[in-house]
Design a protein around this ligand. Structure first.
Ligand SMILES: [Zn+2]
Length: 381
């Protein structure tokens, strides 16, 4: 994931304007990128920061070759500072900067929630409330008071300054009279929540959401199959974070009807007509998709086993109804029963791979599955 203007899709006018400002030495010292969640605003902000630190910027982009560029490519340069929301007011962004770099390099369009889930925070329990505490803000500002380590510019990137609330006033003086060769780059998705005093002192740059074809390309770069990317891009309105969320959560479930809870509901209701239709649809899938469905079912039962044994399982990317299924199953069934069901799924995969008639495999699987559903229903009734 490149942080340079030529590697970023879309926003061509904006990129040219920014590169021109850096190149001509006219970049304002306090700037704010604003745009929707899942747009490329952080990516553009980081590219701007890199260009400000680059030793040989051209009129259109950073050089990518100089020593500062090599460091900033990894977001690791002694004059490039970050201030971002974290969990726990006793910590600062510095405590989590390694995780931040890793996550942002992988997914620069990430939203707050996804960052809080992936940031590996000490105190995870508190409903994942992220904030920019006073301590964190002061720490970020303090770092700008030192001389530049490498003799060039210093840059502080503040991600989601809307979370500062009134504490944002602490930034005022810094923004009004920044130390020499110092740039403050704010990246917001809720401009309305930022203090007017801050807004009026920063140069605003609007970042447009990605276009549909750009989302397809970014998903493909991120390892999502092109046909899946084509399906997802039209429904996310340019929100790349949302697109990745959908891509990674539905990877195994193929389609909405192909979920364990949906199937379980039909089986529980003894809805023979709907089950026969589902069997016909199963016949209509290719072998890869048939196996994906069965594997996803098996995975949920595995998660129920984990829940039973350890009291919890990683379920952050699952649908709410899947999480509920896991919980009910873990409550109702014993571990050996769940392993027996998993072996039923394994056997179905064995038959699918040998091209046994798919609708027969599906109905046979349904009869077996019903037995376990009855145990689960009896216990929760
Ligand atoms: Zn360079």
């Amino acid at each position: 994931m490149a942080f340079d203007f030529s590697g970023i899709r879309g926003n061509d006018t904006l990129k040219a304007e920014l590169a021109g400002l850096v190149h001509s030495g006219q970049m304002p010292h306090a700037l704010m990128f604003h745009g929707k969640t899942g747009s490329g605003k952080l990516r553009i902000a980081l590219s701007t920061a890199r260009m400000l630190l680059c030793a040989n910027p051209s009129s259109g982009d950073l050089c990518g070759m100089c020593s500062p560029c090599k460091k900033t490519a990894k977001l690791s340069h002694p004059d490039l500072h970050f201030l971002f929301p974290i969990i726990g007011s006793e910590y600062t962004s510095d405590d989590y900067v390694a995780a931040w770099r890793e996550v942002i390099i992988r997914h620069p369009e990430i939203d707050l929630q996804a960052w809080l889930e992936q940031g590996d925070f000490e105190s995870k329990s508190k409903n994942l409330q992220g904030n920019l505490s006073t301590r964190n803000i002061l720490n970020g500002m303090h770092k700008l008071s030192f001389k530049s380590y490498e003799g060039g510019n210093k840059v502080l990137v503040i991600w989601l300054p809307e979370l500062m609330g009134k504490e944002g006033n602490r930034l005022l003086k810094l923004i009004e009279e920044p130390p020499e060769n110092t740039y403050i780059i704010l990246v917001t998705e809720q401009m309305g929540a930022i203090l007017p005093t801050i807004l009026s002192r920063t140069q605003l740059f609007k970042v447009d959401a990605y276009r549909e074809e750009e989302v397809v390309d970014i998903l493909a770069e991120g390892g999502i199959a092109p046909e899946q990317a084509q399906k997802i891009a039209p429904v996310v309105q340019g929100n790349v974070n949302e697109a990745f969320k959908i891509a990674t959560s539905t990877e195994d479930s193929v389609d909405d009807i192909w979920t364990l809870p949906h199937w379980a509901q039909l089986a529980k209701n003894n809805d023979a007509g709907a089950l026969v239709k589902m069997a016909a649809a199963f016949q209509g899938l290719n072998n890869h998709h048939r196996k994906q469905f069965v594997k996803q079912c098996s995975l949920l039962v595995h998660k129920a086993i984990q829940t039973k044994i350890h009291g919890k399982a990683e379920t952050s990317y699952l649908k709410p109804e899947e999480i509920e299924f896991i919980r009910n199953f873990a409550n109702a069934l014993e571990v050996p029963q769940m392993y027996a069901l998993i072996s039923v799924f394994d056997k179905a995969i064995f038959y699918i791979e040998r091209n046994v008639n798919a609708s027969i495999v599906f109905m046979a699987l349904t009869f077996q599955f019903e037995k376990y559903l009855r145990i689960s229903a009896a216990s929760t009734a």
